[in-house]
Design a protein around this ligand. Structure first.
Ligand code: HXC
Length: 516
């Protein structure tokens, strides 16, 4: 029996679509150690679940109108599939076709999966590998990006949006991810910049390599743009799957509840010794977090940027939560501009996606000094206040040691609307540290004392006795209870259970005006 020629034609066309930019360009891609768009999607999604849509779309650019010059797909592979059995919409830019650059039709394809993701309440994941706006398409390319950016913004907080950066991501290819919830980069392989090295050379004559301009290390340690860095494409795609395991598919769903083998009543006795008696001595809040959450579930984000602050996703008693905290062993856990920005964005992401917030506080306050004041610490710190005040998800705070001044207030303090506030016996809740406080309060008394230094020390000691403990705050209701550190895990799990059905609608408004 002869095959129907129309079926044969479909197969021929399909094979051409699967070729991407052709064997030569695929070989070039492989020579750089990179996978193709479809190989990447296969790794991202549950096996056999990818279904492509619009594979036959071609560029609309007049210059590329001859049949042989037209590539199917227009530099992006789009469709849907499953991750751990949950539907996601995906797009993967194909660098073998016009460098994965964005023209009108590529934009159409990406917008289409974004719209489908929104309509169906599912996450949207982009695998980015692109030279940005396609030069030869002119304003069509720019308008195409605007279409995507608008959707990124309007769908923000409705469905999770994740970008995995797998190559050079220039111009709009960097801006769209910057509007999304999570960015994952591959070390030494992905780069993000608004203007590429070629453009910089033309404008300034300066030669700069992509790694120095916007490699993963730059964005993980200096700019704070990326949340996670992987050592390979495989690891990056696995990380995207892992991130999703903590998130709901949309803002009206609860995050996945995943009980695991870790005993909810587990107590770590050594936590009772972790805070040194000397308040100037550091300890590791990372260790505290790892001890409290379900074993192996803490996924720290932006771990190498603003390291005095800690943010990350975790599970506690199977509940997905957002963890925020200070790291007393880095700059004593002080809050500076970058730390405020880092925590703010994360608090808002958790609030969008119904992730309860668990905050661990040990901070001497905002970083003082001209650089911070001139850099706008008031504005940046205000964002954090705003974010915690605005968040309606369950909020639980544990004050492990210092909660001085602004740090006490902004770090999810009780009257910002926190549901449960615990203090460890080592908590020090005061407007200022002892030395600073007595220098201001008793300036004249110290100066006129026969031995000013001894007098200062005596007064500081008195101040410490009064304020460097949690009982003063507990007596006035500013903390809900004082708990032994080892009890922290069961106490948090009990609170999460009690707060599971929290209902705290915000007053109706178009949107607030966060001091960005
Ligand atoms: C059209 C482009 C392109 C572009 C790359 N190509 N960038 N085509 N428009 N913007 C094409 C190349 O001509 C080449 O085609 C193929 O993609 C691969 O590019 P190479 O340069 O050979 O690859 P590589 O050496 O890996 O370098 C990749 C690169 C570099 C770092 C991305 O090409 C580059 O710097 N491009 C310009 C990046 C840039 O500045 N974009 C900003 C656009 S403005 P062939 O046919 O040889 O395979 C923008 C504004 C958006 O995006 C709005 C923001 C608000």
């Amino acid at each position: 029996m002869h095959e129907d020629p129309r079926i044969l034609e479909l197969r021929r066309m399909r094979a051409r679509a699967l070729e991407g930019g052709g064997a030569e360009r695929i070989a070039k891609q492989r020579a750089k150690g990179k996978l193709t768009a479809r190989e990447r999607l296969d790794l991202l999604l549950d096996p056999g679940t990818f279904n492509e849509i619009e594979p036959f779309i071609t560029s609309s650019a007049a210059e590329l109108s001859s049949e042989s010059e037209r590539f199917f797909g227009d530099g992006v592979v789009t469709g849907y599939g499953q991750i751990e059995g949950r539907t996601v919409y995906v797009y993967a830019q194909d660098f073998t076709i016009y460098g994965g650059t964005l023209g009108g039709m590529q934009s159409h394809k990406i917008c289409r999966v974004m719209d489908l993701a929104l309509r169906n309440g599912t996450p949207c994941i982009g695998l980015i590998d692109s030279g940005g706006a396609r030069i030869q398409e002119g304003v069509k390319a720019l308008g195409g990006y605007a279409e995507i950016f608008r959707r990124n913004a309007q769908y923000s907080g409705v469905i999770p949006q994740i970008s995995v950066m797998l190559g050079p991501c220039a111009g709009g290819a960097a801006y769209s991810p910057a509007l999304q919830d999570i960015i994952i980069m591959v070390d030494k392989q992905s780069f993000m910049f608004l203007t590429g090295p070629e453009v910089i050379k033309t404008v300034t004559g300066e030669r700069i390599d992509p790694e120095t301009l916007g490699g993963a290390t730059v964005h993980a340690t200096i700019s704070g743009t990326t949340h996670l860095v992987a050592q390979s494409e495989q690891e990056a795609l696995a990380l995207a799957r892992r991130v999703l395991s903590y998130l709901p598919s949309n803002n009206v769903e609860n995050p996945p509840f995943r009980p695991n083998g870790d005993d909810p009543l587990r107590m770590e006795e050594w936590l009772n010794q972790i805070v040194p008696l000397d308040p100037k001595e550091p300890y590791s809040m990372h260790q505290v977090i790892e001890a409290v959450v379900d074993r192996g579930t803490f996924l720290e984000l932006q771990s190498d940027w603003a390291r005095n602050a800690i943010i990350g996703l975790a599970r506690i008693g199977g509940y997905s939560v957002g963890i925020v905290g200070q790291e007393p062993s880095v700059l004593a856990g002080v809050i500076d501009i970058d730390a405020a920005d880092k925590m703010t964005r994360f608090v808002r992401m958790c609030d969008c996606f119904n992730l309860p917030l668990v905050t661990f506080v040990d901070s001497p306050g905002f970083l003082p000094g001209v650089a911070q004041e001139h850099g706008g610490i008031i504005r940046h710190g205000a964002k954090l206040l705003y974010a915690y005040s605005e968040a309606t998800v369950p909020k639980i705070t544990v004050i492990t040691r210092k909660a001085y001044g602004g740090a006490y207030v902004v770090m999810s303090s009780k009257y910002l609307g926190t549901d449960v506030t615990y203090a460890w016996p080592s908590a020090e809740i005061a407007v200022l540290g002892a030395e600073g406080a007595v220098n201001i309060l008793y300036k004249k008394q110290i100066e006129s004392a026969p031995d000013p230094q001894a007098e200062r020390q005596r007064l500081a000691e008195e101040y410490r006795r009064k304020f460097n403990n949690p009982y003063h705050a507990a007596a006035t209701g500013y903390v809900d209870d004082i708990i032994e550190p080892r009890e922290t895990r069961p106490k948090i799990i009990a609170a999460l259970t009690a707060l599971r059905d929290k209902y705290a609608p915000a007053p109706p408004r178009k949107h607030g005006n966060i001091p960005v």
